[in-house]
Ligand binder design. Structure first.
Ligand code: NAG
Ligand code: NAG
Ligand code: NAG
Length: 199
């Protein structure tokens, strides 16, 4: 039986050389990009922002028929420890919740935070006739009579960061300060709350 002639042998090796070259070039590009990211990262050394609540108080508290009226005042401290990164805060929303029920909400004016800067944000949140579930209202009433209440303060911020002249795209930063213990009596001093940041 006659063996059929082998197909022209040149096609296959040439094809695989091309593939190999492309692979090497791609690999080199990936390594280069990775190296430059590493170098930029080492040069910039981004550090996490530090958020704390320095002061908190409640005024005009009235819980009647499971409806809440209250005014909350918080002083939020934002520290940017970075020596090369500054931040634009384009949208800042603050909310306060009790037992996973948001009772009040407010926004903070946009601001710019330079490098190594501390900014204090005074936020006033007003709960007006907020309906609460029976069990939640009951717990809140108990904490009220004990003289202090554990709240969650949340900040959602749309930010951009700036390194030199380069500005990033928008990113959303979530901040949770929990539990934030607030006393009803103004004679008791507020204890600083440290916040978690998710960026
Ligand atoms: C709380 O609100 C209710 C209904 O608005 C009112 O009747 C009551 O007097 C208020 N209590 C206080 C202590 O202000
Ligand atoms: C809350 O305030 C509104 C008006 O500001 C009033 O109509 C309502 O009765 C108050 N509710 C409570 C529980 O105090
Ligand atoms: C932080 O930045 C704000 C806004 O630029 C400025 O008003 C404030 O004085 C700065 N604070 C410090 C401690 O540098």
């Amino acid at each position: 039986m006659a063996v059929p002639p082998a197909p022209p042998g040149a096609a296959k090796p040439r094809h695989s050389i091309l593939v190999r070259t492309i692979a090497i070039v791609l690999l080199a590009l990936i390594v280069l990009v990775g190296l430059s990211v590493l170098i930029i990262w080492l040069a910039v050394r981004p550090k996490k922002l530090v958020y704390t609540i320095e002061d908190g108080s409640i005024h005009g508290f009235n819980l009647t028929n499971n409806h809440l009226n209250a005014t909350f005042n918080f002083v939020i401290r934002s520290y940017n420890p970075n020596t090369k990164v500054s931040f634009y805060y384009d949208e800042v929303e603050v909310s306060v919740s009790y037992d996973d029920e948001t009772v009040a909400f407010n926004t903070v004016d946009p601001f710019f935070q330079p490098r190594r800067n501390v900014t204090h944000l005074g936020v006033k949140l007003v709960a007006q006739d907020v309906g609460l579930f029976g069990a939640v209202a009951k717990d809140l009433r108990l904490e009220r009579s004990a003289g202090e209440v554990e709240l969650d303060v949340r900040v959602k911020a749309k930010i951009r960061f700036k390194v030199g002249v380069w500005k990033s795209r928008h990113r959303t930063m979530w901040i949770l300060c929990s539990p934030t213990l607030v006393h009803f009596s103004s004679s008791k001093s507020f204890e600083r709350t440290y916040c978690d940041i998710d960026l």
